[in-house]
Design a protein around this ligand. Structure first.
Ligand code: ACO
Length: 329
């Protein structure tokens, strides 16, 4: 069976209107604008405040915008995959809700839970359906309403995260550019450093879990910080070596936006010029599964056909990896 090459043929993003600034956070927890900027690079983040709105609504906006700008009829989408750790509900999944809200009446969907690596894992999963010739148009969404699982009394986490969603369209490549290769890794022993303690089958919700604030993100920042730099650097090196790439072959590095110091650390270790490393953590914070599509969306106008891109992410699980692609439009 001949495998088809798969390309990203469009990208769109959505962030909610409300902007939570560092100044406002100063009134909520014992922190300062200076600490947040210098230790994380975040200046502000968008928060979905509207009652009754969830991750699927941000995904829906991103998908509707994507279909509009690529002139794609909703009925042509075969499958939608949503990467998220903040699904609207534990079940059903958020992907099918997005399909319903965005009017994708022929598509089916499912969610992928791989925290900050979710979008990368979903991108490769989706591409396989097209590669194999089974489908022609797939939408991959990365969306998270992190404000729904962040404790706004915990200064070590609440300053980092924000809400948002992004979506890309995948189609068979027609000019030879597209997804080239990936290296993905996982290590379940890392779960102790980054997780939500309760709400799942291990510890179902109870009055006690709520009283103990166990439905929020727990993170041991320093351990995650070190593992993130190591994991992203190693998988970038591996994917570059497998494809005989030098830094000159890469026009853009698209890193998960968890902390500016992590991004700078990865760029330094690999000798990448910082001007080709995408960065928007200052305005969105860490939007978990949404950071990579939001970067592509923000930088879309600067991308040239044939540009070499490396997308890289590290997140809860632990999960991490890097994807090499050539930009198709
Ligand atoms: N304001 C002021 N001081 C603070 C704040 C704050 N918001 N947060 C922490 N501090 C203090 C700490 O209490 C500590 O004080 P102490 O020395 O008196 O004990 C001091 O600052 C240093 O704390 P550290 O935790 O060592 O701070 P660090 O420089 O490591 O920054 C951070 C913390 C931003 C969380 C960083 O460790 C980080 O970015 N970690 C990785 C995040 C990441 O990559 N996550 C993965 C993706 S998320 C996902 O998958 C859902």
């Amino acid at each position: 069976m001949e495998l088809r090459k798969v390309a990203i043929t469009g990208v769109h993003g959505y962030v909610p209107d409300y902007i939570l600034t560092n100044k406002e956070l100063e009134t909520m927890v014992d922190t300062s604008d200076e600490w947040i900027r210098t230790r994380t690079g975040v200046e502000e983040r968008h928060i979905l405040k509207e009652p009754g709105k969830a991750t699927s609504d941000m995904g829906m906006h991103a998908v509707k915008g994507l279909l509009e700008k690529t002139n794609t009829p909703a009925s042509e989408i075969d499958l939608l995959i949503c990467a998220t750790v903040t699904p609207d509900t534990i079940f059903p999944d958020t992907a099918n809700t997005i399909c319903h809200k965005a009017g994708l009446n022929k598509a089916w969907g499912f969610d992928i839970n791989a925290a900050c690596s979710g979008f990368l894992f979903a991108l490769s999963t989706g591409s396989l359906f097209i590669q194999a010739g089974r489908y022609n148009k797939i939408v991959v969404v990365g969306a998270d309403k992190m404000s729904s699982i962040v404790d706004y009394e915990d200064r070590t986490t609440c300053v980092i995260f924000g809400d948002g969603g992004g979506a890309v369209l995948l189609e068979a490549a027609n000019e030879g550019f597209g997804l080239e290769d990936f290296v993905f890794k996982g290590d379940g022993s890392g779960r102790e450093f980054l997780h939500m303690k309760a709400g799942g089958s291990l510890k179902p919700p109870s009055h006690e879990t709520v009283d103990n604030k166990e439905h929020y993100v727990f993170q041991e920042g320093r351990s995650v910080f070190k593992a993130a730099i190591k994991g992203m650097t190693e998988t970038i090196k591996e994917v570059m070596s497998r494809n005989s790439l030098s830094p000159d072959d890469i026009q853009w590095v698209v890193p998960h936006q968890a902390n500016k110091r992590i991004i700078d650390g990865v760029a330094n270790m690999l000798d990448f010029d910082h001007s080709k490393v995408m960065m928007n953590i200052n305005k969105y914070g860490n939007t978990t599964a949404a950071t990579l599509p939001l970067c592509l969306w923000d930088y879309e106008s600067q991308l040239q056909k044939g540009d070499g891109l490396i997308l890289t992410a590290f997140g809860g699980g632990f999960t991490w990896g890097s994807t090499y692609l050539t930009w198709a439009y």
